[in-house]
Design a protein around this ligand. Sequence first.
Ligand code: MN
Length: 251
Amino acid sequence: MTEGLQPVGVDFHCHLDLYPDHEAAIARAEAMRVYTLSVTTTPRAWPRNHKLTRDTRYVRAALGLHPQLVAERSDELPLWERYLPETRYVGEVGLDAGPRFYKSLEAQKHVFRTVLERCAEAGGKILSVHSVRSVAAVLDMIEWYLPLDRGLVVLHWFTGSKSEARRAAALGCYFSVNAEMVRSDRGRALVADLPIDRILTETDGPFTQIDGHPSEPSDMHVTIDVIARVRNVPSHEIARTIQTNLQALLR
Ligand code: MN
């Protein structure tokens, strides 16, 4: 982070390029001083995302190839590799073994393995990783292909078990938590159990909603309040912890 005003919050997984007005969405996150990781879904979107976030203070763009798009876009992997030197941030990447995407799982694994290997070679990357119905496979691949001293993983919208969360933490992973995750008892129990020094907030906007409108980075305070309630800790303390965690991750 550059010197000057510290961010007031963290949205470590948001798709700013999927809002009707991409530039306005970036400008709002900047104005609200929310440190926002703006993930992308296809390497073709990278040049514009990169250009619009070159001089931003709080918004960072991440280079992605979304597992749900691998079936149609695995041929963009060489493009992803070409752009990797332009950024420290990678995402959205990972695996999705849900019923709609199961058919492309082998292709997804090939892409994700390449992503992890290239990140390990480059060193110092931070990855926002999707793991729907595939937590064990995602953790296996992180363990095999991305040693802890070669890059850091933030598991986005983690839905694994408590024991999988412990395994992820032992592998050095962080968790970006959103408000949807704590709508169920199981989700709340998981969030209560995550290591506090590995938690970040995210919105996954515009795919989640707050009060009937698509979430924005400034809605991260809703997640802070929920984490605070679930863990029985004051909100301001959670907010401070998340700032500390962000600094540790970026260091
Ligand atoms: Mn997402």
